[in-house]
Design a protein around this ligand. Structure first.
Ligand code: PEP
Length: 251
């Protein structure tokens, strides 16, 4: 089974509309010749329609950083799956550690968001990862098991064929620290086996498992060489079109 590598950029709360369009346009031009990887950018909500227009007919794919699980209603400040899809969004990041940490998202909320995403035909990127304290307590696998199992609970595995899982150890996000190749290999292969035995063997073959956490041009090649690493989710290094292009065109 060949899985197309996904190089995904999470722009977090950075860039105004014109800035996002400018970066997206530069990135699309620089990566126009890339055929062997999928490139996704996730700007803020207000930039989505602008960036969708800027990257139409290019090889870039558009993602959102979050969604609300209800279809519509009195939920001030929230955005639904249908609204994202109508804005040209294809992927949606769900359960990012910053959402869990600063906005108190629970595994139950993450599950409802996954359900809303698949119902709205968006491709969910389920973010999971242990904190430093969980790792030190020897609870890394317990934490990941629960985040995956709760995240996809009750969702028919046939609806999860576009699921992407991003393994992002919380202690490696935005810190400059990257998990070592052995750690990444162990966790990714554990996740693939866990999907196989506990969810669906078909799904285990199709799901792309990304690594995230201080990915930079100087470490991406070593990460991408690891078996079961099907791409990366990048924060800081995705903000600059030149640096992001180096990530996409690593060798
Ligand atoms: C992220 O936010 O998903 C992330 C991995 O950030 P950074 O690359 O900056 O560590």
């Amino acid at each position: 089974m060949t899985r197309t590598p996904l190089i995904a950029g999470n722009w977090k709360m950075f860039k105004t509309g014109p800035e996002a369009v400018d970066t997206a346009t530069q990135l699309a031009a620089a990566c126009a010749d890339v055929r062997d990887k999928e490139i996704m950018i996730a700007p803020t909500y207000v930039c989505l329609p602008l960036v969708a227009t800027a990257i139409a007919n290019t090889s870039l794919h558009l993602g959102a950083q979050n969604l609300h699980f209800e279809k519509q209603g009195a939920f001030t400040g929230e955005i639904s799956a249908d609204m994202l899809a109508a804005a040209g969004v294809e992927y949606v990041i769900i359960g990012h550690s910053e959402r869990r940490q600063y906005f108190f998202e629970t595994d139950d909320m993450v599950n409802r968001k996954i359900q809303a995403a698949v119902a709205g035909r968006l491709k969910p990127i389920l973010c999971i990862g242990e904190t430093q304290a969980q790792r030190e307590a020897g609870n890394t696998f317990l934490t990941l098991d629960k985040q995956v199992a709760d995240g996809v609970k009750g969702v028919d595995s046939k609806l999860l064929q576009d699921l992407v899982i991003a393994y992002e150890p919380v202690w490696a996000i935005g810190t400059g620290e990257t998990a070592g190749p052995d750690q990444v290999e162990t966790v990714h292969s554990y996740l693939r086996t866990m999907l196989d035995t506990q969810i669906s063997s078909d799904l285990a073959q199709t799901v792309r498992i990304l690594y995230g956490g201080s990915v930079k041009p100087d470490n991406i090649a070593n990460l991408m060489r690891i078996q079961d690493v099907d791409g990366v989710l990048v924060g800081g290094a995705s903000l600059d079109a030149g640096t992001f292009t180096e990530l996409v065109k690593y060798d």
